[in-house]
Design a protein around this ligand. Structure first.
Ligand SMILES: O=c1[nH]c(=O)c2nc[nH]c2[nH]1
Ligand SMILES: [Zn+2]
Length: 528
């Protein structure tokens, strides 16, 4: 008898278990049960495996079709999707005031928020982003709508309510106590959903807009609930100079964050273009990751983030679109930008040398499309503390995957394939030239959430909406409660309410993180 929620695909799966290599699992049968990969067998074992799992069919991919792990975007500003592609004329600190704060503030209109966030999540899923680390906005309620939208459409997300209690505009700021109270409400609301795909994140916007009191209070909440943390670090000259003026007693942004208790193994810091080697080593010791956002670094960054150098110092690095500082929601675009960024570093070094000899030292920063794909999958999973759950095709991991079709020749697709091109060449073309048209199916936790133009879960798997359920905001259980249970998408996806309510699994490792235990004592203030 076939177990429920079991299916299998026979074909070629591309992934990057190690940095720099692209592995092809050619002609394998991959079996997914209850959202997880339970077996990867050779193609010739199809009949035996089919019988063993009682499968009515093993679906075979067509020639030119491949699976790749879903992309993990480690830095997106959800409300900024509203103006993505516009407002690129000013530096960061001015851009925040001119475009960003007014746009984010407008999400207080919850009807508008609901409409915009459904479009946002659909756009990201369509582009292959199965997991995103989202910044929300300042006000509590729109962030609940964001969480509901992610839940409803079946994406995986780490989501934060933005906190800011200084240096923002008068109508887009909170006082410290209210900010801390709402941050905790947001955490309990999100955890109270008991949805293993969605985790809350503590989100001090960046040092200029957060008082030490706020940052310390937020660190305490993160510790209490074992939450992820996200912020921006050493991102551009304007921001770094502002922090130096506000906090001359600290040597760097990293030193400030350290003192506030915000550097943990579940922290992701965006940008880091102006981090020193000492800063990087310190973040690495803490297990903190950097989200490399090459496109927005080109717009705002003033400097290059050197991926290979950071990795060589032991830092965890993921990739981010940084919508809307980055003007594309596509993680394929982010991968290409990461490659271009690395080649700009090489060109810069050559220019500085004043010569025409490219040295091995200059080559060190160059990354390939394979390394960029690693950043978009495994690197992101490591940054989000999900490396045992997603990022590659391995038994025991959850099936977050994209079905890529490279057969769309002519104007129906973004590139052409010529006679004699093999699978590896077709796949490379997809990474370098492909777009959402090539992504014909999108899977999260073993559930097809998008096929063709259709979002298959839309509206079928949402619990009570944020506005209907404001009581739950304060009454949700903390993760420490032993009876906490998490609902997997695989259980929800057969979309009957009955199945959804019956199939509630025991507390999942990924859903109920243990509080941080930082063993290293904080050292001196001026350094770290
Ligand atoms: O690219 C960025 N986008 C933002 O919204 C932001 N806020 C602080 N620093 C930022 N950088
Ligand atoms: Zn950002």
């Amino acid at each position: 008898m076939a177990a429920e929620n079991t299916f299998a695909f026979r074909g070629t799966y591309y992934h990057t278990p190690t940095y720099g290599s692209l592995d092809a699992l050619r002609d394998v049968v991959l079996i997914v049960q209850e959202g997880k990969i339970v077996r990867i067998a050779n193609g010739h074992e199809e009949t035996a495996v089919q019988a063993e799992f009682g499968l009515a069919e093993v679906r075979r991919l067509k020639a030119g079709q491949y699976f790749v792990p879903g992309f993990i975007d480690t830095h997106v500003h959800a409300p900024q999707y509203l103006f993505t592609g516009t407002g690129t004329d000013v530096p960061l600190m001015e851009w925040l005031r001119k475009y960003t704060f007014p746009a984010e503030c407008s999400f207080q209109d919850l009807e508008a928020a609901r409409h915009r966030y459904l479009l946002l999540v659909k756009r990201f899923l369509a582009n292959g982003t199965t997991t995103a680390m989202y910044y929300g906005s300042l006000h509590l309620q729109p962030n609940l709508v964001l969480v509901d939208s992610i839940e409803r459409l079946g994406q995986r997300g780490v989501v934060g309510k933005v906190n800011m209690d200084r240096l923002s505009s008068d109508d887009y700021i909170e006082n410290t106590a209210d900010g801390l109270r709402d941050a905790e409400k947001f955490v309990t609301y999100t955890m109270g959903k008991k949805c293993s795909r969605i985790q809350p994140c503590i989100t001090p916007r960046f040092i200029p807009t957060c008082t030490p009191e706020l940052m310390k209070g937020l660190a305490e909440i993160a510790q209490k609930y074992g939450c992820h943390i996200q912020s921006h670090i050493s991102e551009c000259c304007g921001q770094v100079n502002c922090v130096r003026e506000m906090h001359p007693e600290y040597a760097s942004d990293a030193a400030v964050f350290e003192e506030m208790g915000l550097l943990t193994s579940r922290t992701v810091m965006a940008h880091g273009t102006l981090l020193t080697d000492d800063d990087i080593r310190h973040l690495a010791r803490r297990g903190t990751a950097v989200s490399h956002c090459p496109l927005s670094n080109f717009m705002f960054g003033d400097a290059f983030f050197r991926v290979n150098h950071a990795l060589s110092l032991g830092l965890k690095v993921g990739l981010g679109t940084d919508v809307a500082g980055g003007i594309s929601p596509s993680m394929l675009s982010a991968q290409r930008m990461a490659v271009v960024n690395s080649r700009c570093i090489r060109a810069h070094k050559l220019a500085v040398s004043g010569g025409t000899t490219v040295t091995p030292e200059m080559e060190k920063d160059v990354i390939t499309f394979k390394e960029a794909l690693w950043l978009a999958t495994v690197g992101g999973a490591q940054a989000l503390d999900m490396a045992d759950i997603v990022g590659t095709f391995e038994v025991g991991k959850e099936f977050d995957a994209l079905l890529v079709d490279t057969n769309l020749s002519g104007t129906s697709g973004p590139f052409d394939v010529f006679e004699g091109e093999d699978d590896d060449q077709r796949f490379e073309k997809f990474i370098n030239l492909g777009d959402d048209r090539n992504l014909i199916e999108v899977y999260v936790q073993g559930v097809c959430v998008k096929r063709g133009d259709e979002f298959l879960l839309d509206g079928s798997n949402v619990t009570k909406s944020a506005e209907e359920d404001s009581d739950r905001v304060m009454s949700a259980p903390t993760p420490a409660e032993p009876e906490t249970a998490y609902v997997d998408l695989a259980h929800r996806a057969d979309s009957s309410d009955e199945a959804a309510s019956l199939d509630v699994g025991a507390a999942a490792e990924d859903g109920a993180p243990a509080p941080e235990s930082e063993s290293e004592p904080p050292t001196k203030r001026l350094r770290y």
